[in-house]
Design a protein around this ligand. Sequence first.
Ligand SMILES: [Zn+2]
Length: 244
Amino acid sequence: MRKVKRYLQILLAVTVLLVGLVVIFEDKNASTTIKDLEEETTSANTSNKKEETKKKKMTVYIDPGHGEIDAGTISYKGTYEKDINLVIAKQVGKILQAKDVNVVYSRTTDEIYSEIEADDMQHRIDESKEVKATYVVSIHCNASDDGTRTGVEAFTNTEDDKAMALSTSIMKELEALKYTNSNGIIDGTNLLHMISFAKVPTTLVELGYIDTEHDGKYIMSKVGQNAIAKAIANGVLNELKKAE
Ligand SMILES: [Zn+2]
């Protein structure tokens, strides 16, 4: 009988020990699980933040005016406007891309969507909306009938605050280059398809009158094109910062 009691006592002690060990082990397991969960949540938050940053990357639609059969105006040296527009537009795009802006071009070669001007313009407008662009910057060079006009100007919808702010910002930068006079910001809603039917805040900059040597020489020079592209990009970037 005593032996049995002793045996029971040992059995009880062993059981208590085992139960104790199981509790400690379970506890450790539980704390590891919580830590794991915490880590998972943290990594989920980080990837969420990354997603947000991705979403916040803004898109600018850059439209080098004209193309293909539509040469635009002709410079005093015989250069086509469409070619000058494309060179400068690509430079603007590169600067913006370097600043983490998503850039979509209406064209990157001497090709157009349609030879019917209105269809081609509308395609550019629709595309800018499709890619969810924050702004549209259409780049052009001008010429006058009598070849006497000079100056930089921007066409926009003057009733659209965002488009006005964008135009003002770009014009300020271009005017600071002082390569020509400024003709200011002009309401283009009844003049230009790109402005009349714009679905996104749009500015159409006319960099100058390339049929004159006064404007054309600078606009067609490497130095001039670099400075103009930088000015346009800075004008856009200043407004994008506000839109963030
Ligand atoms: Zn043009």
